[in-house]
Every structure is written in structure tokens, then in C-alpha cells.
Design a protein around this ligand. Structure first.
Ligand code: EPU
Length: 367
């Protein structure tokens, strides 16, 4: 199977110096892209589902992406754009073109105390967080250890431990498939909300993210408003961004399984958001209910608590199961098909609906 050896000449993440804007901006005009047939996707999705793609291409430059999209034979096929593959469920073989975004590079510009970062979509999110921390660029530390690529981050507005991407996002650039051109959307154009964005709604399948712009700070300002994080911090020490990152990484490792050992897609269900009156009724019936008030007056419930209460934690059915330490993480223990994973998800949704009258929504995208 042919592997691409081409690269853009963007500076690699680990070596990026501050103020290297102009240097990094010189991209090689690299149009070659190799399309492979019947490509196995098992190692390209973190649920480890053994599906195949009829056509597969990895793009390492914007010109290669443009070349691929201009191919008339491929244009009529269904398309799946892949980043880290950490938020998808493949129900069956994909009878179309899978495009793996492997654009690399990061640029940084100093703006007073702030740092403006332009990060190519194919960079690894966790590596970016660690690299920023090392350079003293703050704001991403609560988002450490989240699997996936930078380009996937705005699609579901990744969030953890009191911080969401929306807190630092400036803009998203990408290929607009309707207009067939590159387009830059400001953060407000992206319509980010809890685990959602315009890329999951109006622009679904119409926009391929190629670059994300973030505004970070050179002065530390640790965010420890998330109670579970505050509780996990050691007492009597200065809270630094490094300590926050270390604590979040420890918390995540203690309850979220490593997909390399136990294939999973992170939280499989969104935390449901319900009306306050409905939440009050549930609270009266179930005093232990875990919930958080939302700024708009509604109430967010802990999906993990709802699933746990239904007795699903640690259960296994047909090679897939609910993780013993985190009730909303489904694990594909035996590299089963997406069908097995979705059958388990449906059984859990039914149980939660029966017991609490609450609809659980699946978070990963199903193909
Ligand atoms: N809980 C249970 N049983 C469990 C797990 C949790 O009852 O098995 C209870 C906990 O006691 C806690 C509540 O549920 O009171 C919430 O649990 P946790 O703090 O572990 O967070 P979560 O709601 O399960 C969300 C995000 C995670 C994110 C964490 C931390 C969603 C769907 N999930 O999880 O994001 O890391 O908060 O901020 O919003 C992801 O999206 O893939 C993800 C991992």
C-alpha cells in the first residue's frame, strides 16, 4: 500500500518559536495526493471498529486537498472527513471516500500579553496543549489528555473541567464545499454551544476544517471553578496552570480508559439538558440526582449518573461494554462492529428513558 512521503514546509509543532508568522507561512505548493482502495480503518478510529473505506486519501497540504476535491470521479461519492477518529462510530464499511486530514504546523504571534496561535487541523490536540504549556502560553490546560485532532475540536466544541474550546477560539478556517473555496469563520460565526457547533448543524458535511486560531495568554490565570477539579487539587500549594494540567490529566486517567488498551470514543452520551420544572420533579423523586444549572435557566443532568443508576456500569454484551469506572464510556473490547456498539447504546437509552423519562443523545457521529 503506497504511503505518502510529502510534507508541507510548515514548522513542526515542537520547534515553533514565537513571532515566526512569516517564516511558517511559506507553504510548499504540493498537489500530489494518493488515493487508496479498500483501506482498513481499524487503526484510524479509537473504537477500533474493523470497517473498510472504498477509497481513502491522506492530505498533507491545502493544495492536495483542493486536488482531491476537484476529482470528478470522487466528487459524487459519500465523503467522511477523518481527524483523530475519536468521535465516530462506523456502522459498516464506508462506501465512499475517507479523507484523513494530516495538515501539520503551528504559527504563533505575540499580541501584548496574548498569543495568537494558528494551528493546522491535523495536529494532535493533546500534543498542542502540552506544547503550549511548556512555552508558557496559557488557557488550554484544563483541556489536556483529550484525544483527537485540532481540526475536530471546534466541531463538537470540546470541553472538560470547566473550560470549552469556545473560551479560547478566535476563528476556524476551512474548505467550504458549497462555494468550493477556502473560508474563515470567526468564533461567533461557528455558533458554538455545549458539544455542538455550526459544523454539526447548518454546515454539516459542507465544511472541512483546515486551521484553527486560538487566543492564549502569557500570564497564568488557572480556572478551577469545576468542583471535581478544585476537590482534586492538593491543599496549601500555589495553583499554577501546570498543576491544573497535571491534576486534570490524573483525573482523566483515573476514570477514562486509554483507547489504545480499551477502544472507546470518550463520552458516548451527551449530558442531557432539560427544563427547570422537569428537573425539579426529577430531583424530588431522586434526591441524589446530579445536575448543574445552565446560564439560560435550564438544567444539565449528568448522563453518567443516570446510566449508573440503571445498573449498566461494568456490564458487557456481545463484546462491547460499559466501562467499570465511567458509565458513559462504551468500550469495544473485542473489536466488534459498530452495530454491536449501537445496540448496547440503544439498550442504555431505553433503560434511562424508562426509569427517568430522559432522552440520552449519542455524542459521536454515526456513519
Ligand atoms: N458519575 C456517576 N457514575 C459514573 C461516572 C460519573 O454517577 O460512572 C457522576 C459523578 O459522580 C459526577 C457526574 O456523574 O457527579 C459527572 O461525572 P464526571 O465529572 O465524570 O463528568 P461527565 O459528565 O461524565 C463530562 C464530559 C467529559 C469531561 C468531564 C469533565 C460530557 C458528555 N462529558 O463528563 O468529556 O471530560 O465532564 O469535565 O459532557 C468527552 O466529551 O468525551 C468527555 C470525556
Amino acid at each position: 500500500m503506497a504511503q505518502r512521503a510529502l510534507r508541507t514546509c510548515w514548522t513542526w509543532l515542537k520547534t515553533v518559536p514565537e513571532g515566526c508568522w512569516r517564516h511558517c507561512n511559506q507553504r510548499r505548493r504540493d498537489k500530489l495526493v494518493i488515493v487508496q482502495r479498500n483501506m482498513a480503518l481499524t487503526n484510524l478510529n479509537t473504537l477500533g471498529i474493523a470497517a473498510k473505506a472504498s477509497y481513502f486519501a491522506e492530505v498533507t497540504s491545502l493544495d492536495a486537498l483542493a486536488t482531491l476535491l476537484a476529482d470528478t470521479k470522487l466528487a459524487s461519492l459519500p465523503r467522511l472527513v477523518l481527524g483523530g477518529g475519536s468521535n465516530i462510530v462506523l456502522q459498516q464499511d464506508f462506501a465512499g471516500l475517507v479523507v484523513k486530514i494530516a495538515l501539520r504546523g503551528v504559527q504563533c504571534e505575540a499580541l501584548g500579553e496574548s498569543r495568537l496561535l494558528r494551528v493546522a487541523a491535523g495536529e494532535n490536540w493533546d500534543a498542542l496543549v502540552k506544547s503550549c504549556l511548556q512555552q508558557g502560553w496559557y488557557g488550554l490546560e484544563n483541556l489536556i489528555s483529550i484525544p483527537g485532532s485540532v481540526g475536530a475540536a471546534p466541531i463538537q466544541n470540546i470541553g472538560a473541567y470547566g473550560v470549552e474550546l469556545s473560551d479560547v477560539l478566535v476563528a476556524v478556517s476551512g474548505w467550504d464545499l458549497r462555494e468550493n473555496c477556502l473560508r474563515r469563520l470567526s468564533a461567533s460565526d461557528c455558533e458554538l454551544s455545549y458539544r455542538s457547533s455550526i459544523f454539526k448543524t447548518h454546515l454539516l458535511d459542507q465544511f472541512i476544517v483546515t486551521e484553527v486560531e486560538l487566543k492564549l495568554s502569557h500570564s497564568p490565570s488557572p480556572n478551577i471553578r469545576y468542583q471535581a477539579l478544585a476537590d482534586a487539587l492538593p491543599s496549601g500549594v500555589d495553583v499554577t496552570p501546570e498543576l491544573v494540567a497535571e491534576t486534570v490529566a490524573r483525573l482523566r486517567a483515573s476514570k477514562l480508559p486509554d483507547f489504545r488498551l480499551e477502544p472507546n470514543a470518550g463520552s458516548f452520551f451527551k449530558n442531557p439538558i432539560i427544563e427547570a420544572s422537569n428537573a425539579a420533579e426529577l430531583q424530588a423523586e431522586h434526591p441524589q440526582l446530579v445536575s448543574w444549572p445552565m446560564p439560560d435557566g435550564r438544567v444539565k443532568l449528568a448522563a453518567a449518573w443516570l446510566v449508573d443508576q440503571c445498573g449498566w456500569k461494568g456490564q458487557r454484551v456481545d463484546g462491547v461494554g460499559v466501562h467499570p469506572r465511567q458509565a458513559i464510556v462504551l468500550v469495544n473490547y473485542e473489536h466488534c462492529s459498530g452495530g454491536n456498539v449501537l445496540a448496547l447504546a440503544a439498550a442504555i437509552q431505553e433503560a434511562v428513558s424508562q426509569r427517568f423519562g430522559v432522552a440520552l443523545e449519542i455524542e459521536p457521529r454515526i456513519y
